[in-house]
Write a protein that binds this ligand. Structure first.
Ligand code: PLP
Length: 398
């Protein structure tokens, strides 16, 4: 059987502009090896190893029993939108109202919709490197151009207003911030974030602040752009329950935005998925209004795992790694190994680590750097030890 080319299929220009998510590709390859009976250590997928807390699961079960199984308003129930606003206002000193909240099928859909609504053909979007894989492709899908903001690993991948200012052109429409960052775990200081938001406000540029990992900030002082109320009409904040409450499979995220933008996002959503799953909305209300100690317990556990993985990575001769300050990723620099044993790129390293050492990681190319691999340490200590041991042997043999 021959496979038709995308030209023969007459696929759209927009779909040909984007690539499948690098993270999903690695997960699929690792699954393929597993299906052949190979024991693969998974450092690839970006998801918590914890189970969803019991009280959240019970709320979903109750929703089914009570037949809460019909369509809801596109942007989510009033109860859920109020719960999202209330939680954020309480935790981050913001002042969101129901009209400024839209619930979506995961943070990814909220981001996708926000970009489709704000980024037009040929608009420029400033994107700090390293970036989460999907940002670039979602901007491209909308017809926009990403302008990459290079950062310095030795400065902790810091992004400052001066760095942003240098890249602003008459075509600049938005800047994407992601703190804590996937893939580097870097956290922007409240001061740097404030300065970037202030600059964007002055220059009439949108800030899209992806705060999916905001509850996994290891610093004592947690911060959201939502606190910068005076600049609110210029930013859209993206949030998610996926990582905060170990709910990746449930698919519930949200955008907090000026009501006109939230309305535009709802209009788009009304023509695609409509509301997020009704049952999941009930579970989300239980998550947001219920006890929050589960969130803190997970955060403390991630800090321990971070320390453990960093000790392991730094014990591999030649490998260096910036200390992650949030999320659950380490982003070690593997440039010392390039040129050895035919390894030319991070993709080569990740590919051979998977095929020869049976450790799944994600190559840095997908995140815009070619000297790194991403390791997700959201796994048990025992699994971390198994994977680190395999990595140690692999790199020692090069
Ligand atoms: C930076 C970032 N934003 C958004 C998402 C989307 O998460 P979800 O769609 O599960 O809410 C992810 C998931 O990995 C992420 O890493």
């Amino acid at each position: 059987m021959t496979t038709a080319t995308s030209e023969e299929l007459r696929l759209t220009d927009r779909i040909n502009r984007i690539e499948p998510s690098a993270t999903m590709t690695v997960v699929a390859e690792a699954d393929k090896l597993r299906s052949q009976g190979i024991d693969v250590v998974g450092f690839g997928a970006g998801e918590p190893h914890f189970s969803t807390p019991q009280h959240i699961k019970e709320a979903a079960i109750a929703a089914i029993q009570e037949n809460f199984t019909k369509y809801t308003p596109v942007a989510g129930t009033a109860e859920l939108r109020d719960a999202i606003a209330h939680r954020h206002n309480m935790d981050f000193d913001s002042d969101y109202r129901r009209e400024e909240v839209i619930a979506s099928v995961g943070g990814k859909q909220a981001l996708f919709n926000a970009i489709q609504v704000l980024v037009d053909h040929r608009d420029e979007v400033i994107l700090p490197v390293p970036y989460w894989v999907s940002f670039k492709d979602i901007v491209r899908y909308a017809g926009g151009d990403c302008v990459l903001l290079e950062t310095d690993e030795n400065q902790g991948f810091r992004v400052t207003a001066e760095m942003v200012a240098r890249l602003i052109s008459p075509r600049t429409k938005a800047i994407i911030l992601n703190s804590p960052s996937n893939p580097s775990g870097a956290v922007m200081s409240p001061e740097d974030m404030t300065e970037v938001v202030r600059l964007a406000h002055q220059r009439g540029i949108w800030v899209l602040s992806d705060e999916c990992y905001v509850y996994l900030n290891y610093a004592a002082r947690n911060f959201s752009v939502g606190a910068l109320r005076e600049y609110k009409e210029r930013f859209v904040l993206l949030g998610s329950l996926s990582k905060t409450y170990a709910m990746t499979g449930w698919r519930l995220g949200y955008a907090l935005a000026p009501s006109a933008v939230a309305g535009a996002i709802a209009k788009l959503q009304s023509q695609s998925t409509s509301n997020p799953t009704s049952i999941v909305q009930k579970a989300a209300v239980a998550a947001l209004k219920g006890p929050q100690d589960c969130v803190e317990q997970m955060r403390l556990e991630y800090i321990q795992l971070r320390d453990h993985v960093m000790e392991g990575l730094r014990s591999i001769p030649g490998m260096t790694c910036t200390m992650p300050e949030g999320a659950f990723y380490a982003y070690p620099n593997i440039s010392a190994f390039l040129g050895r044993a035919g390894l030319k790129s991070a993709s080569d390293v990740a590919g051979r680590l998977l095929r020869e050492a049976h450790v799944a990681t994600v190559p840095g190319e997908g995140f815009g750097t070619s000297d790194h691999i991403r390791i997700s340490y959201a796994t048990s200590r025992a699994e971390l030890d198994r994977g680190l041991e395999r990595m140690r042997k692999f790199f020692a043999a090069l």
